[in-house]
Design a protein around this ligand. Structure first.
Ligand code: NAI
Length: 468
């Protein structure tokens, strides 16, 4: 086999495989190393894709049970077949991971199977499942090894009762009582899934609000919506210990303000308090510089502290841990290695929580702008006043557009809506082109669509919404 490459990418997640494809498009002789049996990294195997499959199926189940009747769709026996739902999820994952294999083949990327490590400056050694090692020369190396779940001090994820998102995507039966530690992306998406399927869910969040980093208005509204859906919350609360008793977990927690202590027994505990960069021993040995959170430090060109070794995605000290951010970095770094001007605009990276309704944002929040002393104006429009949302019974949520007070340039958009994850793309494009709120207000939006709320929010920036 060829063992001399222009580029070896370590990791075939959304960052790594996309980087390898772009590199071959640019004429670089490229290999991509992956230790997992299937390609696609966390996103395809145990992250975005399986969670969205369960979110979609569980939402349909919930609607069939609770809402179809109101629409004149009557059925007397809606039943959950969890193992079939899981099979469907696994099939989706398999199809998509096979799709990545096909893309690597189609682009003539050499797929190296095994664990890749950088054994010397321009050498990647791949250890396959039988332990056999083969070394490859690489003019350039891109590290795209992603991230792994973290836990809390003193709490060990056993994968059975105390679980990470990986196991919570494959429970064999619906836990009667589920405690979720962390009210962030993973915590809230998986709380939604299991609540809809019948679990009694309590989310314990250390801060006094959920989804830190999102606009406070959004976080407050979303909190109300999730409460209404029956998810229980313990905010401003610290988990002090978990004991396993028979097949249950006993969770102790204390309110940060009142110091009130509580103890709850449950069937499963999902620890969703963030993820940490997946740093191999090779990186430590080579002395590649890390920041104080143990993420690889890179410069604007994604170069690490060692020449010709680059890094992208969750493993680096830039931007949010999101699959689409990693993809864009994969493209940019391949272009940079090929001598082009690859670039990622970190100000315009959309973020979406795929609950029902969905939550999405791009750009800055009101809190960030206040902190940065930037003067702004705000336009808001509720879905209660949007005709399509009304006929679809999807009136929860609103669009909030923040524009520069003087120039009217859009600085950030946040929204809660059944369609937020799709609608946010319009705003990302608008911001990428430096649009003003007036540009959006003057753009014709199809009727009746949820997107009209975006136009109305843009008009509300100038205090002239039509339907509210
Ligand atoms: P996260 O950072 O979104 O949320 C973690 C939450 O745990 C925060 O609210 C934090 O305040 C809380 N927390 C931290 N320590 C705590 C403690 N001791 N007790 C109680 N609460 C505590 O992390 P999450 O949800 O684990 O997700 C990891 C990464 O995966 C994130 O960067 C996220 O962006 C990404 N992700 C993205 C998704 C999407 O795009 N829809 C879906 C799932 C994950």
């Amino acid at each position: 086999m060829e063992n001399n490459f222009d580029l070896v990418v370590i990791g075939a997640g959304p960052g790594g495989y996309v980087c390898a494809i772009r590199a071959t498009q640019l004429g670089l002789k490229t290999a991509c190393v992956e230790s997992n049996k299937t390609l696609g990294g966390t996103c395809l195997n145990v992250g975005c894709i399986p969670s969205k499959s369960l979110l979609s199926s569980s939402e349909k189940y919930h609607k069939a049970q609770k809402e179809f009747n109101n629409l004149g769709i009557e059925s007397s026996s809606i039943k959950l077949n969890l193992s079939k739902m899981m099979d469907n999820k696994d099939k989706s994952v398999l199809t998509l991971t096979k799709g990545v294999e096909y893309l690597l083949r189609k682009n003539k990327i050499v797929h190296l199977k095994g664990k890749g490590s950088i054994s010397a400056k321009n050498t990647v050694t791949v250890t396959d499942h039988s332990g056999k090692k083969v070394s490859y020369k690489a003019k350039n190396i891109v590290i795209g090894t992603g991230s792994v779940p973290t836990s809390l001090p003193g709490i060990k994820i056993d994968g059975k009762i105390i679980v990470s998102s990986t196991e919570a995507l494959s429970f064999k039966k619906v836990p009667k009582k589920l405690i979720v530690i962390g009210g962030g992306y993973i915590g809230l998406e998986l709380s939604s899934v299991w609540k809809r399927l019948g679990s009694d869910v309590i989310v314990i969040e250390f801060l006094d609000h959920i989804i830190p980093g999102m606009d406070k208005d959004i976080s407050t509204e979303f909190f109300k919506i999730l409460n209404k859906q029956g998810i229980h919350f313990k905010l401003d609360t610290k988990v002090t210990g978990i004991n396993l008793v028979k097949n249950k977990a006993v969770v102790d927690f204390t309110n940060n303000k009142s110091a009130k202590r509580e103890r709850v027994e449950c069937d499963k505990v999902l620890v969703a308090v963030g993820r940490k960069s997946n740093i191999g021993e090779d990186i430590i040995k080579l002395g590649i510089k890390l920041d104080n959170q143990k993420k690889i430090q890179v410069n604007k060109k994604f170069e690490t502290s060692i020449k010709n070794i680059y890094a992208i995605g969750d493993v680096i000290n830039k931007g949010p841990m999101l699959a689409h951010k990693a993809e864009d970095e994969g493209i940019a770094v391949a272009e940079i290695i090929a001598g082009q001007a690859g670039h990622v605009n970190y100000n315009v990276i959309p973020a979406v929580i795929y609950t029902s309704p969905e939550v999405a944002m791009v750009g800055k929040t009101e809190e960030q702008l206040k902190k940065e002393n930037i003067k702004y104006k705000v336009g808001k429009f509720p879905f209660l006043a949007n005709s399509r949302a009304k006929i679809n019974s999807e009136t929860e949520g609103f669009v909030k557009i923040i524009a520069d007070e003087k120039t009217d340039k859009v600085l950030g958009v946040s929204m809660i809506s059944a369609m937020a994850g799709t609608m946010i793309a319009e705003l990302a494009l608008a911001m990428e082109f430096g649009a003003s709120a007036e540009d959006i207000a003057r753009t014709c939006h199809a009727h009746p669509t949820h997107s009209e709320a975006v136009k109305e929010a843009a008009m509300a920036v100038d205090k002239r919404p039509i339907h509210f």
